[in-house]
Design a protein around this ligand. Structure first.
Ligand SMILES: Nc1ncnc2c1ncn2[C@@H]1O[C@H](COP(=O)(O)OP(=O)(O)OP(=O)(O)O)[C@@H](O)[C@H]1O
Ligand SMILES: [Mg+2]
Length: 333
């Protein structure tokens, strides 16, 4: 059975620009956050929603969890219609949204989890046991009886994650769950997500901007851009769409951005040219069909300018390269 089926979801937001001190009197701005998005997720699947800022990921999760309603289209979650049976939908879900407003700051971590367990009608004895396990899982045992206002932002994210699991729902929505966590805890969360899926059979919808996370965790990935799905498939299927192609990265010194931009780079590829983080060198990247020919053209160009090639890497395409192919833009940066 499909755990989630979304059909033609469309959501347009209307906001007004503020002029001076007067609120919301200015020009109207319409934003099409979702633009006829259709998607299905099988029971037991981890589905990634991969897209840049503003792609519509959070809007999709909010619509599927009945927090906002679509202007057009509909969806079923766990077999229930989001518009006709919103309570059944909510009972089927654990939802982790980003943001600071999802917890009560004047309660302790443990009290927050108890409060949300009661909202979900989890019997008290079961709730206490589960909350103890979740606090341990999130490394929050020491902090459990302190007010949330005293937590670090990473600790709040961890508590938020624990909150998502208090009702032990079969379907879990995670909106960028590792966003403000350190690398070590991000890894831990990824393992927890894997276990929730493999051992507890949960269906997971994971919105992320992190290619490696999507590649590592997701059975399938939908690449979303401007409210639309531009490609869907398993990470390896998506990468296979670029088979025969290679990802080239070169770091070049003694050549300016201006000089490179004035050149005719081999035009069978989409090039991105940027400065390296230290500002000392240029990073040149592209997905190419014929890497040998392309490399020799670049080497000639750099030699003509008396530049110096510091490094060259030629790799199999990554999910990020797939994103570039389908949207014409890079995800990061
Ligand atoms: N309440 C709102 N009012 C007006 N515009 C909104 C509202 N919520 C979202 N939008 C707009 O809809 C678009 C999609 O936003 P959304 O939050 O779904 O993107 P996202 O993919 O989650 O991005 P991010 O990676 O930054 O979290 C954006 O252009 C955003 O500005
Ligand atoms: Mg978002």
């Amino acid at each position: 059975m499909d755990a989630i089926v979304a059909t033609n979801l469309t959501k347009v937001f209307l906001s007004k620009k503020r002029i001076g001190r007067l609120p919301f009197t200015g020009e109207k701005v319409w934003t099409r956050a979702l633009d006829g998005l259709s998607l299905s997720v099988k029971e037991g699947e981890i589905m990634g929603i991969l897209g840049p800022n503003g792609a519509g990921k959070t809007t999709l999760i909010k619509i599927l969890s009945t927090l906002i309603i679509p202007d057009y289209g509909t969806a079923k979650v766990n077999g229930y219609d989001i518009l006709k049976e919103p309570i059944k939908v909510r009972e089927s879900l654990g939802v982790m949204l980003t943001g600071e407003r999802t917890l009560y700051w004047k309660l302790t971590g443990r009290e927050n989890l108890l409060y949300f367990s009661r909202l979900y009608h989890v019997p008290n004895h079961l709730a206490r046991k589960r909350i103890g396990e979740l606090l341990a899982l999130m490394g929050l045992e020491e902090k459990a009886d302190e007010l949330v206002e005293n937590y670090s932002s990473g600790q709040r994210v961890r508590l938020n994650f624990a909150k998502t699991l208090v009702n032990d729902a079969p379907i879990v929505f995670l909106d960028e769950p590792t966003m403000s966590l350190d690398p070590q805890f991000s890894r831990h969360i990824r393992n927890v997500i894997k276990n929730l899926n493999e051992e507890k059979g949960k269906t997971i919808l994971l919105a992320t901007q992190n290619m490696l996370e999507a590649d590592e965790l997701c059975h399938r990935v939908a690449i979303v851009d401007q409210g639309r799905i531009v490609a869907t498939g398993s990470p390896s299927e998506l990468k296979a769409k670029l088979s025969e192609r290679k990802s080239i990265k070169m770091i070049i010194r003694n050549l300016s951005l201006k000089e490179i931009r004035a050149e005719n780079l081999p035009n069978d590829a989409e090039w991105t040219v940027s400065e390296t983080d230290d500002g000392q060198s240029i990073l040149l990247q592209a997905i190419v069909g014929n890497e040998d020919g392309t490399l020799s053209e670049i080497v000639n160009m750099v030699t003509r300018h008396n530049g110096e090639i510091l490094s060259v890497t030629v790799d199999e395409p990554s999910l990020e390269d797939v994103f570039l192919k389908f949207t014409g833009r890079r995800l990061v940066g």
